[in-house]
Design a protein around this ligand. Structure first.
Ligand SMILES: Nc1ncnc2c1ncn2[C@@H]1O[C@H](COP(=O)(O)OP(=O)(O)OP(=O)(O)O)[C@@H](O)[C@H]1O
Ligand SMILES: [Mg+2]
Length: 374
């Protein structure tokens, strides 16, 4: 916001009016460099106290700078509206001198903040980040022995729904699971997918990670690839549709569409999945953060995932923080429980913080995490 205000300040020629053009130029340069690493700094502040203090210093300085910019524009408005005042008016001259001095102090302050930035080796924003995110967001159906705590009731309800719906005359049921990021939707669905009853019930199970872009061609390709093990190398939607229907026709299948963000192309995909009515009780499980996605896609009310019970979230945290180390330090356990309370039932938060504190045996390191604004 301050960067934008600085630019407006230059454009409105206020910088020239108040004789602080060169200072504003330098401030803009420093702030742009700082802005580029802000995301990384915000992520690092949880672990590194110095980065947290630096961000605080930056935030304080940005507020002071913004106040100065405000004062300048108020004074300029006064100057414009009051015909009797001129730039040579003593009050205006004093103001100009005062602003010049304060701006110089701001330049020094931001110069120092920018120099400190270099010491932290913060990463700039990389254009490939989106692509990296896409790859990072990919999920698959596999599970390991230790990775679920709680969620017994949810698993039971969903398994029951799947057995019931795929048996009924309704040939195509879509069951959305909704909840905020990191609440454990994908994890839960993975367990359902690998549940023995589910494995027995369906002829075919398919897992597709949809992610931010709902790309029908890519989803159909994934269906073919995961069932046949080969990339179909088909370039048209029509050919892919035929191939997918060949696979699904006459089958009782379970399709997981994990991490759906939009429904623009859902009708197209749905028409392929229906196989002209030729399926034998198909069920689709959808995970999404977006309520409207659930209501558009669902053939029944969505399953709203609740926060993880605190006891289960504690077990998750404990597993990651202490690992197989059987000796749990009483003081750390007490702080850890407070950290888990602050996680508000988010398994992602509890797992991330637990892993962060693994091998950290100093109480102060735990207290720092507890007191950080995660
Ligand atoms: N019940 C659980 N027991 C153990 N770990 C869990 C549990 N639920 C979630 N996790 C862990 O928390 C993290 C986030 O879970 P998950 O990816 O399932 O969330 P999500 O709701 O699908 O998030 P997103 O909306 O970002 O896709 C994962 O690392 C997962 O292993
Ligand atoms: Mg997920």
């Amino acid at each position: 916001m301050v960067i934008e205000n600085l630019q407006a300040f230059i454009q409105d020629e206020l910088a020239t009016l108040w004789g602080v053009h060169s200072q504003i130029q330098e401030l803009s340069g420093n702030l742009a460099a700082i802005h580029a690493v802000l995301q990384d700094a915000e992520e690092k502040q949880i672990r590194e106290r110095v980065v947290k203090l630096w961000l605080q210093k930056l935030s304080d300085a940005a507020h002071v700078l913004d106040d100065i910019l405000d004062e300048c524009s108020i004074e300029s408005n006064r100057l414009q509206s009051d015909q009797c005042l001129t730039r040579l008016d003593p009050v205006t001259i004093m103001f100009r001198r005062d602003i010049g001095k304060r701006m110089k102090e701001m330049v020094d302050r931001f110069r120092q903040i920018d120099e400190e930035r270099r010491r932290f080796e913060l990463r700039g924003r990389v254009p490939e980040r989106q692509q990296e995110d896409e790859a990072w967001r990919q999920t698959c159906s596999g599970i390991t022995k230790h990775n679920i705590y709680g969620r017994e009731q949810d698993t039971e309800n969903i398994v029951e729904f799947l057995s019931r719906s795929a048996d009924s005359s309704n040939d195509f049921s879509v069951y959305p699971i909704v909840g905020m990021g990191g609440l454990g939707k994908t994890t839960l669905v993975r367990w359902v997918y690998n549940d023995n009853k589910v494995i027995e019930h369906f002829d075919l199970r398919i897992w597709v990670c949809v992610s931010t872009e709902f790309n029908t061609m890519r989803i159909l390709e994934s269906i073919v690839e995961s069932t046949s093990g080969h990339n179909p190398n088909l370039s048209t939607l029509e050919a892919l549709k035929n191939k997918v229907q060949e696979i699904l026709l006459g089958k009782r299948y379970l399709l997981v569409l994990d991490d759906v963000w939009s429904t623009d192309k859902w009708e197209d995909l749905k028409s392929v999945l229906l196989c002209g009515g030729g399926t034998k009780g198909a069920a689709v499980l959808v995970t999404t953060r977006v309520e409207s996605v659930a209501s558009v896609m669902g053939t029944c009310p969505a399953h709203h995932l609740s926060p993880l019970f605190e006891d289960d979230n504690w077990l998750l945290f404990k597993y990651h923080a202490f690992g197989s180390d059987k000796v749990e330090h009483t003081e750390l356990v007490a702080i850890g429980k407070k950290i888990v309370k602050k996680c508000g039932g988010s398994p992602l938060a509890s797992k991330a913080l637990g892993s962060l504190l693994r091998n950290k045996k100093e109480e102060i390191q735990w207290v720092n995490v507890l007191e950080s604004k995660f």
